[in-house]
Design a protein around this ligand. Structure first.
Ligand SMILES: [Zn+2]
Length: 149
């Protein structure tokens, strides 16, 4: 059986909102996905790659929009992993631009975070106004990631 996760992460990988804001935002998020199996938040010591599961397909350069080879990306990820994803800056092979792995154009959004809001089998979509409310409560912009396994 396949399973879907709706994940929300700060756009800044290192950002962890304060505890009170985390809890209030979790309650609000729960109210937006009442049919979910489970809704929770995770805070990790190290930055994690928040993947879209089998939705991870093509990745493009954010500057010149060229397709990035999976092999190049894997190598860049391995190198970044050695720094526990503290160092995400890379030089893209297409146009030589310096950018963050967090800012590559993932065909389905992905990202890096230490703070993750997650709903398992939410059975619904969040609209922009709901995300905006969560952002206001949390005090930072969020990225929405749908993961499919
Ligand atoms: Zn490029």
């Amino acid at each position: 059986m396949s399973v879907d996760f709706l994940r929300l992460i700060p756009t800044a990988p290192q950002l962890v909102p304060d505890t009170a804001a985390q809890q209030m935002t979790l309650q609000l998020f729960k109210s937006f996905v009442p049919q979910a199996d489970r809704v929770y938040l995770r805070v990790t010591d190290d930055v994690e790659f928040v993947d879209p599961g089998s939705n991870l397909e093509q990745i493009f350069c954010p500057v010149c929009l060229s397709y990035l080879e999976t092999r190049w990306w894997q190598q860049a990820m391995d190198t970044a992993y050695c720094t526990r994803f503290n160092e995400l800056m890379v030089i893209v092979p297409c146009c030589g631009a310096v950018c963050s792995l967090n800012d590559l154009r993932y065909e389905c959004p992905a990202g890096f975070a230490r703070f993750i809001l997650e709903a398992r089998q939410p059975n619904t979509e969040l609209d922009n106004s709901q995300i905006h409310l969560l952002e206001q409560m949390l005090g930072c912009p969020l990225r929405k990631i749908w993961a499919h396994y």
